[in-house]
Design a protein around this ligand. Sequence first.
Ligand code: NAP
Length: 342
Amino acid sequence: MTSQPAATNHTDAVDASPAQVRAVTRDHFGSGEVLGLEQVAAPRPGPGEVVVAVRAASVNPVDWHMMTGEPLVMRIEGGWRSPKNRRLGLDVAGVVTAVGEGVEHLSVGDEVFGAAEVGSFAEAVRVPADRLVRKPVGVTFEHAAAVPVAACTALQGLRDHGQLQPGQHVLVNGASGGVGTYAVQVAKHLGAQVTGVCSTRNVELVQSLGADHVVDYTDRDFTDHGVRYDVVLDNVGHQPLSHVKRCLTPTGALVLVSGPKGRVFGPLGHLLRSMASFAFGRQRVAPMFTQITAADLETCATLLASGALRSVVEASYPLDQIAAAMDHVGTGRTRGKVVVTP
Ligand SMILES: NC(=O)c1ccc[n+]([C@@H]2O[C@H](COP(=O)([O-])OP(=O)(O)OC[C@H]3O[C@@H](n4cnc5c(N)ncnc54)[C@H](OP(=O)(O)O)[C@@H]3O)[C@@H](O)[C@H]2O)c1
């Protein structure tokens, strides 16, 4: 861990932020072209927060949805005609430059990674200190920035929602994407036998992450080849639920990370149908919504440091090419993760 002692925990004394920083902003919903880069007031930490000089941020599908304002149901919180918050970006890795009141475990100079509430597509961002942990030495900022949302989803999906046990057989649908590439590795770490589902071009990647078996979805349907799984972690949700049920063991669990996204309600319809479909019998469905916690970020940091977990970064874009980075993720074809660097 890299850690330099702070002079004090008091904000004024330790704030090394410039007056202004470059940040990605937008005034409308739309594709990448709505994004601009402008000078904004440098962030100052409130109580329980720190300011991080961003070295890398990663792009998740949720950022793309916040940018486009679709599914429309998201606008109930995010603003109906135009975005309530002009900023974007959750995942971040960087260096602490200012520490707010009450933050004991982080100091100026610490190299950290975690998730902002919003605004990590910038040169600096304010982050609640309980959503940050120290970055392991030897892990690059880009690889650390790729972790928070995707790896916490994989961890919580398999360990908590799937209750995956050593020796059990798990299938990861969408094994080559952000969540999937971490899920294959987390499942192996938990001692499971892992089958990954991806397309032909990603078979070698998924094998290299430790999958015991790979199903190429362009060639075979994973619900239709006679194997039963204790847990299915579904990052895609395109299969009929009756088909997924028949490839689960009699007490198996379907962890719903995602589903087909309608323009208005997104995956909510799939979620409701899945709850009805699993209402009777011993098989269960577990819809999930990822919570970023310091404990799970610490678990990820430990796995990264030991080599049990590695990030697959398909592309790194400079911050001024944020539109291209977002549109890349919007294709739904990302291999691992996309990051941006200021
Ligand atoms: N519930 C939550 O809290 C939560 C948290 C994080 C993410 N999510 C959601 O979970 C989903 C996955 O997230 P992510 O970050 O992994 O997305 P991602 O990185 O964009 O996923 C892209 C990957 O999906 C694969 N894929 C596309 N269609 C597929 C299919 N029919 N079968 C198998 N694989 C397919 C693609 O491979 P090919 O190009 O080879 O097809 C690509 O590698 C997203 O919908 C996201 O919004 C939900």
